[in-house]
Design a protein around this ligand. Structure first.
Ligand code: ATP
Ligand code: MG
Length: 567
């Protein structure tokens, strides 16, 4: 509830504020004077596009900063030059901005701190807390032990400080090949936490970096780099996902031993997962590389770029993240909750227009030939503020194929010979006959109209059970419409017997549709409801002024029911 709504309530009447565990932890830190302000960050690795899971982290981090009057940074965690690209940097910045997260001018790159990291590594060596090792990767794994076996110390663990300094300098100078020497923190090989068993903090990699070029041939490891990045930027609360919980002792060790004066605090929360879709950058990347989808912004994906192209709004994603909740327990959100959020967001905001996706002709035999009337149609019956528009109407129209049946079942309320229906915002019409092609497929339906029923809604002398939409044939525009279904068919099981993903062959269906004239004068990202057919948006890539292309955002019907909180 906003402050506006609650300000006249007595304290007893005010709803109890339900803060999540992160807000409660921050409240406590502020109350105890651990910090006197709040500063958060979102630290993506630029090795792919952001997805709906990242949106949760972005909205959480920027939301916390806003709530506490603090600051929020966007920081590219670009310490692994192997997989990172500038294309991703640009896409990520665009997506974070689009979601409305305000980092002002604070866009940072972890690679800008390579000098600080190097200095801190030297500090650790001088304090006797880091050593250069020449064990191979396999040996290091073997020496590390496991949950039941304590680790074994490396024979190089007690090298002199001087020798460590010399070797580390030589690593930096390029004297060693990739995968030879490493710099390791000297912590505790007997620790029950494997992350504390002398973790590697620097490795040799002769790879150009997208930001620092060939300046470095040694690169820091994530567990060493990340806490330093946070500390350098003065982050107070470093919010990350649950898989880092076991890394927290190492995080705290690094900021402490590197002697940062105001160490940040790491707090973990559960990742957002979605049913029926592929989240996880690695998996999305594979779909893109295998050309299962048409790029990172294919509207069937749940990257932020794909959701935007599909017609999702930042507001709908924000609501989705809020309804999914922030917790410590891993769980999966229903895809239909995301669909619910966009429907709710667009319901009153966008005009409701007429488009026929699978057309057959409807001829009104008794309507004057050559006559066209302009009928006023409300843009949104539930929101008068959107006004009305004029839609042409004449003797020949298009209607949906399934709005007419030769042999209707009992409950069918739409057109069949002898039955009368309402043409939305127009007249009552009664079907009198139909024509078919050689295969027996209906091509034309003939009907008669009753001029007294004009506008349909105000006519009360007799009732009809069905209302159908239509498009005037002579002025209809032709557009391409893309109808989407889930990429993965989870009903049949997410994986095939051979372990590959079970793709839904109907995930994309393309149809040519007839639309009313106003749907031809549109711009990318403009969204509409096509009555009875769903919400649609103009595709930002393939739509042209002559030939619009519409993506279906979501159908109108929902299987999803939002649980009402119990009173
Ligand atoms: P993925 O798991 O998709 O490969 P990642 O964690 O490797 O993503 P990063 O670029 O490292 O991607 O993530 C940036 C931030 O986003 C991290 O703080 C990470 O914890 C957070 N994040 C990633 N996935 C999710 C998710 N599903 N839900 C919430 N936060 C996430
Ligand atoms: Mg990662």
């Amino acid at each position: 509830m906003s402050e506006e709504n609650t300000k006249d309530l007595t304290p007893e009447e005010k709803p109890v504020e339900s803060k999540n565990f992160i807000e409660r932890a921050i409240d406590q830190d502020l109350a105890e004077g651990v910090y006197d302000h709040v500063h958060t960050r979102f630290p993506p690795e630029p090795n792919g596009y952001l997805h709906i899971g990242h949106a949760k982290s972005i909205i959480l981090n920027s939301g916390i900063a806003k709530e506490y009057g603090g600051k929020f940074n966007l920081r590219f965690d670009d310490t692994n030059p192997m997989k990172e690209k500038n294309e991703f940097v640009e896409a990520i910045e665009r997506d974070v901005k689009w979601l409305g997260a305000d980092f002002e001018d604070r866009v940072f790159f972890a690679s800008d701190y390579f000098d600080v990291m190097y200095e801190k590594a030297l500090l650790l060596i001088r304090k006797g807390l880091a050593f250069v090792d020449d064990l191979t990767a396999e040996q290091i794994t073997e020496y590390r032990g496991d949950f039941n076996t304590p680790g074994k110390e490396s024979p190089n663990r007690n090298r002199s400080i001087e020798e460590n300094l010399r070797l580390f300098q030589e690593m930096k100078d390029g004297k060693y090949a990739d995968g030879t020497l490493t710099l390791r923190a000297k912590i505790d090989m007997a620790s029950p936490n494997l992350n504390m068993r002398d973790p590697i903090i620097y490795r040799v990699a002769h790879v150009s970096h997208h930001n620092t070029g060939d300046k470095w041939c040694i690169y820091p490891m994530y567990d060493f780099a990340h806490p330093i990045e946070d500390a350098v930027e003065g982050i107070t609360h470093s919010l990350c996902t649950l898989e880092f919980e076991d890394h927290r002792p190492l995080y705290d060790w690094v900021v402490r031993e590197c002697e940062f004066p105001n160490p940040p605090r790491q707090i973990e929360f559960a990742k957002l997962y979605l049913t029926n879709v592929v989240t996880g950058k690695r998996y999305i990347k594979k779909l893109v590389e295998d050309k299962v989808v048409d790029g990172w912004d294919d509207p069937r994906l749940v990257t932020i770029a794909a959701l935007r192209r599909r017609g999702y709004t930042p507001e709908s994603i924000r609501t989705f993240v809020e309804l999914s909740g922030i917790s410590k327990a891993n769980s999966s959100s229903d895809y239909s909750l995301l669909e619910y959020c966009i429907r709710e967001d667009l319901k009153l905001k966008v005009p409701r227009m007429m488009a026929v996706l699978d057309p057959i002709k409807l001829v009104i035999d008794n309507y004057p030939e050559g006559q066209t009337e302009m009928l006023p149609v409300p843009n949104n019956m539930e929101n008068e503020a959107l006004g009305t528009r004029e839609v042409p109407f004449s003797r020949e129209l298009y209607i949906e194929r399934d709005d007419f049946m030769i042999d209707p079942p009992k409950k069918y309320k739409r057109l069949y010979v002898g039955n009368e229906v309402r043409l939305m915002s127009a007249y009552f019409v009664k079907a009198v006959s139909y024509e078919t092609d050689a295969d027996g497929k209906v091509t034309v339906v003939h009907c008669t109209y009753d001029p007294a029923t004009k506008s349909g809604l105000n006519f009360t002398e007799r009732k009809v059970k069905g209302t159908i939409h239509w498009v005037n044939a002579a002025t209809a525009g032709k557009v391409t419409v893309r109808l989407y279904e889930q990429l993965i068919d989870e009903e049949k099981g997410k994986l095939n017997a051979d372990g590959t993903l079970n793709f839904n062959p109907n995930s994309l269906r393309v149809v040519e549709a007839y639309v009313e004239p106003d749907l031809m004068k549109v711009k990318p990202y403009q969204s509409f409801q096509f009555v009875r057919n769903g919400f649609f948006t103009v595709d930002c890539k393939d739509s042209t002024e002559e030939h619009p292309v519409y993506n279906r955002i979501v159908t109108l019907k929902s299987s999803f029911k939002l649980e009402q909180p119990k009173a």
